[in-house]
Design a protein around this ligand. Structure first.
Ligand code: SF4
Length: 370
């Protein structure tokens, strides 16, 4: 089954590390933007009539910054235009500084059954440093509103002046406030963002320090009952994100909105990052695609390997053989021999040993062009 992604590119303020398509000064366009997204869905309806979707992910930006009635209409538009299964996983990203009881209530009523909350840190000083608009207390209040519901909390590592103890405290706060899923990921200082200057000034923790934060975080998460299923993702039993698992299994997905990307029938395409351009295309009845690439069989293989090796389960040898008519262990025998210290396999799977998952990139590269 396939997934649907919708990008809502509005935020209250720009975080210092953000290089996503998000426009803090354009929230007044939210109503017109949402109308264009509903229209983009209608434009795609015929092409996708044979697809069955089992996830809808509303990300951003900050989807919770727009009026909740637009979100309810968005879910209705997805259901109206596409075959979205009855028990679909429907996720919305929320910023703890932008929620209310009424908002969460309407989300639940319109069918949203999973939330992804941008906690990032439980230390207010670090939240301010990142330019986040919320405080720890906002997160705790938000978690109270979500009590009994399935939600992820994002935790960032590699922040300025962050210690291992700070990371553990953040994880403890997320767990104590009933998160069922935690994404723990390292800050990437992107060129052009204000935090890149901190990086150039040597103010961010170095690679070894970040690795120590990650290792301690993994240990604490496991102690609290969160199993790692992907390098940055940890879930209580049965609470893995179906939407993200589809990405890592190289499943198909369609994206709507500014900057959204898609992969359908081995064609990858991306929408424009420019909000005006997006409006112009949709209003003239055209799809806002700026980039389109057909992935050949070699490319499909590389993507499949790269994505699967990020997961704890690794590559299913049976799936590999049925997709690519090849025996993975035989095909990659020289790379496997070279990387033998870091990988493990059986008749069913091939994966990176758990203790090396954090440095998977340097291992995966050996399996990309033989
Ligand atoms: S809330 Fe997310 S999308 Fe918005 S500015 Fe911050 S990091 Fe970027």
């Amino acid at each position: 089954m396939a997934g649907i992604y919708v990008h809502i590119p509005f935020c209250k303020a720009k975080c210092r590390y953000c290089d996503f398509a998000s426009f803090p000064d354009k929230i007044t366009f939210a109503e017109s933007y949402m109308a264009c997204v509903y229209r983009e869905m209608a434009l795609r309806k015929e092409d996708l009539k044979d697809y069955v979707f089992d996830t809808l992910y509303i990300g951003g930006g900050t989807p919770s910054v727009v009026d909740e009635s637009y979100i309810a209409m968005l879910v209705a538009a997805a259901k109206k235009n596409f075959n979205l299964v009855k028990d679909a996983e429907i996720t919305i990203e929320i910023n703890p500084g932008t929620v209310s009881a009424g908002k969460i209530d309407l989300y639940r009523k319109c069918g949203i059954n999973r939330y992804s909350v941008g906690l990032q840190s439980a230390i207010d000083r670090q939240l301010r440093e990142l330019g986040r608009i919320h405080t720890l207390n906002d997160f705790i209040a938000c978690a109270k509103l979500l009590k009994g519901q399935n939600f992820n909390a994002d935790v960032m590592i590699g922040l300025k002046d962050q210690t291992v103890a700070d990371v553990l405290q953040t994880i403890e706060v997320a767990a104590a406030n009933s998160a069922s899923h935690i994404s723990m990921y390292a800050l990437t200082p992107e060129d052009g963002t204000p935090i890149y200057t901190d990086y150039l000034n040597g103010e961010l923790p170095d690679g070894d320090e970040v690795a120590a934060m990650y290792a301690a975080g993994v240990k604490r998460l496991q102690k609290l009952g969160f199993e790692r299923y992907e390098v940055s993702n940890f879930a209580k039993k049965g609470m893995e994100s179906r939407h993200n698992l589809n990405y890592w299994r190289r499943g198909e997905y369609i994206g709507f909105g500014v900057s959204a990307s898609s992969c359908i029938n081995n064609i990858r395409f991306t929408n424009t990052f420019d909000l005006d351009e997006y409006f112009k295309c949709i209003l003239s009845g055209h799809l806002p695609i700026i980039d389109r690439e057909e992935v050949d069989e070699e490319g499909q293989k590389e993507e499949f390997i790269m994505l699967a090796l990020r997961t704890s389960a690794g590559i299913s040898l049976k799936t590999y053989s049925s997709l690519f008519k090849s025996d993975f262990l035989a095909e990659f025998a020289p790379a496997i021999k070279k990387m033998s210290e870091y990988v493990e396999f059986s008749d069913e799977f091939f994966r990176i040993k758990p203790q090396y998952l954090f440095v998977q990139n340097s291992i995966i590269i050996e399996f990309l062009s033989v």
